[in-house]
Write a protein that binds this ligand. Sequence first.
Ligand code: TRP
Length: 337
Amino acid sequence: MRKVLLTGDRPSGQLHLGHYVGSIKNRLALQASGDYDCYLLIADVQALTDNFNDPQKVRDNVLEVALDYLACGIDPARTTIAIQSLVPALTELTVYYLNLVTLARLERNPTVKTEIGQKGFGASIPAGFLCYPVSQAADITFCKANVVPVGVDQLPMIEQTREIVRSFNNYYGEVLVEPEALIPEGKLAQRLPGITGINDKMSKSLGNGIYLADDEKVLREKIRQMYTDPEHIHVEDPGHVEGNVVFYYLDVFASDTAQVAELKEHYQRGGLGDVKVKNYLFEVLNAELAPIRERRAELATDPGAVMQVLREGTERANETANATLAEVRQAMRIDYF
Ligand code: TRP
């Protein structure tokens, strides 16, 4: 049996560097291995759970996320890219899975808890939002995914999916597959910080993200603003490398580790200015992002072609989802005719 890979993103904004190193690179590597049937879901239903008041934003970002995928090298000949809302079997699976989850369990999901705090729902948490991990379990199981490449913040979703799968199989028979999360190694086992500080996650609202679509000028400006060491005032002052976003990024993105080690040593000793280190980071990041940016601009000239890719992917995803749904209905004894 071939292995199946699935992952997804909410179309609530363009994809940023955190998505890129946190998950897209793993998807590309597994796509290239040829060992997996690959699925990517543009999770507009999930995006609507906290953007139900702004559907146009979600709609517009479906195309943006698709452009980001294709620009990074996701190949529609090898990866099925689908729009979540156009795979109705997912909604049906979600309803059946809701029976297998308690309210208390939903309220305990640490990622959802954090998000509830951030979004300021207060005591008025939309039920759809609280339940989105169940809908995500439908996303992951419709194609019987074995592997889910995600950032660390998604681990609670995979765990909750595994519980739902075990519960389903226990009540109704072995139909669903328990997925494994695939998270990046090393420094990237943590989430990539935004430009404002080592403890800030990248987010639209904080305005501290670097996006795959950012042009060279914007990239340069964002690196110029990047948080370094507030005690490193004069070039000759000794500086701190820990907590310094520029060095954090160099650890993640620069392949010349000897050069990075030398810069760190010089910075700590004193005599190395922020501008020099930032110029080096710009070179490193721009070398990686320039080809993606160029491909993205080219693809953006023909949105119709991109939507056609999504249409074909969505059709394929429906075939898979309907096959799983038929098995689910049979196992649940609701296959009447
Ligand atoms: N929750 C994910 C995020 O916020 C997006 C997502 C939706 C997803 N469905 C998925 C991730 C299925 C992995 C598998 O980024």
